[in-house]
Structures are given as structure tokens and as C-alpha cells.
Design a protein around this ligand. Structure first.
Ligand code: SF4
Length: 398
């Protein structure tokens, strides 16, 4: 009689949805069977997404790197007065947005630390000086600037209240929050989220659920290699699947691998091997199904890009010709033409996309205020005019 892992693989190969038990049975697929796992995952991806992979030409705008949390793997966050502290002024947002538009970017990624106004009096004064009462309102101001320069904002501002998300919805093509992992264990003493109250999985699940209630096209994902085990990765994927089944709003799921950084408490922690990353991506495809947009950041696994395609991704996420990845500043994004050549070698095309996937450009998911900008940039992406130009000043931010 076939074992549960074989049964789960066969079900997936027949395009049947896996039960929770099937998903956990995939834990038993031996690492020597990675090729079989990837073969099924690749077939599932091809069945819905065909032979085209996508990426989002973006500029990463680190609205502020002040953050009240202290994740032990993070080099992004700063305290007030610390070297490298940076809160972008509206003028800086405008300058970067203009440059981004001129080199073919579509997305303005508003990425920032969590709730700095709660922790830092100086930042509260900064907000007051700009006529806003909260970080979320300052992000709204930044979104208006980026929109006026012809970009589509996608905000990932950490944990937001339902009210703040409702306020930001008419100014964003989509929004996001990494679930990271559902395991509360990661907040225990000695674990990476012990001093990060906003990484409480229950609160993150609540925000993702509320985004669904607000009909916000939403990006989420798992962060792998931070001390979770494989069963906890599957539990996290199943949690996202349940939320999407209920609200239909999760437009993409990212599988993001931890990269160890010098000067952090996790500097000596082992990173995920390429094999483990591929296995996680393939399992995510099987658990989430054929239709989900599945993404892995190409700058975080530079030696494994063809293998990531074979493991079932259909999207590379944001790739910037202009700004660095401020969360992983050591990891340069590949140039788009190199990415395209690599996709071609694997038998796939590469297409620029918007920060909102086409399937979500509906009355239900898009605020009417955003529709004209989305229509304009959709035409631009489809016509190939979004093909990015390398900016000579790349990486020269701050
Ligand atoms: S990972 Fe995000 S929430 Fe954690 S410390 Fe860094 S900026 Fe703050």
C-alpha cells in the first residue's frame, strides 16, 4: 500500500486539492525525492500560469527605518540618532519616484519599521511637523506623492489596524504583510521574535483576515530558516490557504529565505540550503495549488534561480533597477535582462506586472480612486514599456 506521502503527491499530480493531512504527509517525502516533488510542482504551475513568469519593476522606498521591534536577524531597523537612521521626506519620496518612473518602474514599495511613533518621541514630533498624527497617515502622504509621480504604491508597513488599512486602501494597488510563521514558539526567550511584539502570529493573522474583510489584494508569505521546523512551515502555509479560502484576497505568497547578516545576533546561524529552499517552494506550490501566485526573491538564492523555476514559482517579486533591497542590502537584485535570459533557457517568458495581479483588478478589489492609474500602468506593462533601464546611480540611496 502506498504511503501517505506518495498518496499526497499523486493527488497533487491529479490536480486535486490536498487536505491538511496530505500537506503534513509531504514532510515524509525523502530529500532524495526532491526531483519528484519539483516535477509535480512545476506541472501545477504550468497548468494555471502557462510558460510566462512575472516580476514587478519597483523602487523600494524605506519610508522610515525606525522600528519599535528588535528581530534578531534584522539590519534594517534603527533607533533615533543611530548611524543610518533615515526617514524619507516627502521631497525624497518625490525625487526617488520620479527617477523610478524614468527608468521604467511601476511599483512604489512603501516598506518601513513597525510602529515607531509608539516608541520614539522624536518621531512623534516629526509626524506632527508634517501635519499627520500617525505613521500610517505619513505613509498615506508618501503614497499620494508616489501616485502623483505615476507609480502604484504597495504598502508593507508592518501591523496595521483595520482602520489604517481602510484609510490606505484608496491609495494602494495592493498591500502586504509577511505572516513569517504561525508558531508562537518563535517569540519565546532566545528566539528571533522575543523582542518583537508585532511578530505575534495571532495579530498578524488578524491583520491578514481584516485585509480580506476590506477586499484588499494582499501579499503575504513565510520567512524560512529563522528557527522554525518544517511542520511549522506547513502550518503557516495552511493558515494562509484558509484565509484565502475565506476571503479570496491573497494575491501572492512569498517564500523568503533568511539570510544571515554580520553584526546581528543570528550572524552565525545556518542559512537554508538551496535544497531545503527548493523543497519548501515545491511544497508551497502543492499546498497552495495551481492558481496561487508563488514567489521567491531572486536576490536571495542567486545560485538556484533555474531550480526555483523548476520548483514551481511563477513570479520573482519586485526587482529594482534603482534602489537596493534595504532589508537584504548585501543581496543585489539580478538585472532584468539576465533574469529574462535565464527564464528563456528554462523555456519561459518574462513579463513585467503591476503590484496588483490582473485577476484582482475588479470592482470588488480596487477602490475606484485607483482604477485610472492602474489602467494606465497596465497598458504600459503589457506594451513592454515597463522594461527597466539600469540606473547609473543604483544603490546610491541615502
Ligand atoms: S524585521 Fe521588521 S519588525 Fe523586525 S526589527 Fe526589522 S524592521 Fe522591525
Amino acid at each position: 500500500m502506498a504511503n501517505p506521502a506518495d498518496i499526497a503527491l499523486e493527488k497533487a499530480a491529479r490536480f486535486e486539492s490536498l487536505s491538511d493531512d496530505d500537506a503534513y504527509a509531504l514532510l515524509q517525502v525523502p530529500s532524495s525525492d526532491l526531483a519528484a516533488l519539483c516535477e509535480v510542482a512545476g506541472k501545477l504551475r504550468d497548468a494555471f500560469h502557462g510558460r510566462t513568469l512575472t516580476y514587478s519593476p519597483k523602487v523600494f522606498l524605506p519610508v522610515t527605518n525606525l522600528c519599535r521591534d528588535r528581530c534578531t536577524y534584522c539590519t534594517f531597523r534603527r533607533d533615533p540618532g543611530e548611524a543610518g537612521e533615515w526617514t524619507m521626506t516627502p521631497d525624497e519620496i518625490g525625487d526617488w519616484s520620479r527617477r523610478a518612473r524614468s527608468v521604467g518602474c511601476i511599483e512604489a514599495l512603501m516598506c518601513l519599521g513597525d510602529k515607531p511613533e509608539i516608541a520614539f518621541r522624536d518621531f512623534r514630533s516629526f509626524l506632527t511637523g508634517h501635519g499627520v498624527a500617525s505613521t500610517a497617515e505619513y505613509v498615506a502622504l508618501a503614497c499620494r506623492v508616489a501616485l502623483s509621480e505615476g507609480l502604484l504604491p504597495h504598502t508593507n508597513a508592518g501591523l496595521l489596524s483595520k482602520r489604517d488599512m481602510a484609510m490606505l486602501r484608496p491609495l494602494n494597488a495592493s498591500m502586504g504583510l509577511m505572516l513569517e510563521n504561525v508558531s508562537p514558539r518563535l517569540r519565546d526567550r532566545g528566539m528571533p521574535h522575543h523582542h518583537a511584539p508585532d511578530k505575534d502570529p495571532a495579530r498578524r493573522l488578524k491583520m491578514i483576515r481584516e485585509a480580506g474583510q476590506l477586499h484588499i489584494p494582499f501579499t503575504s508569505g513565510i520567512l524560512v530558516g529563522i528557527g522554525e521546523n518544517e511542520a511549522e512551515r506547513i502550518a503557516s502555509l495552511l493558515a494562509l490557504r484558509r484565509l484565502h479560502a475565506r476571503h479570496g484576497h491573497i494575491q501572492e505568497v512569498i517564500v523568503q529565505n533568511f539570510r544571515a547578516k554580520r553584526s546581528t545576533a543570528m550572524a552565525d546561524c545556518a542559512e537554508l540550503s538551496d535544497q531545503e529552499m527548493l523543497r519548501t517552494v515545491a511544497v508551497a506550490r502543492l499546498v497552495l495549488g495551481s492558481a496561487m501566485n508563488l514567489q521567491a526573491p531572486p536576490n536571495l538564492s542567486p545560485e538556484a534561480l533555474p531550480h526555483l523555476i523548476r520548483a514551481g514559482i511563477n513570479d520573482w517579486g519586485g526587482v529594482s533597477p534603482l534602489s537596493i533591497d534595504y532589508v537584504n542590502p548585501e543581496a543585489a537584485w539580478p538585472e532584468v535582462e539576465r533574469l529574462r535570459a535565464l527564464c528563456t533557457d528554462e523555456g519561459y517568458g518574462l513579463q513585467a506586472r503591476l503590484p496588483i495581479y490582473d485577476a484582482f483588478v475588479t470592482e470588488q478589489f480596487v477602490d475606484s480612486a485607483m482604477l485610472p492609474a492602474i489602467a494606465t500602468l497596465r497598458t504600459r506593462a503589457a506594451s513592454g514599456h515597463a522594461t527597466v533601464q539600469q540606473d547609473p546611480g543604483k544603490g546610491a540611496a541615502q
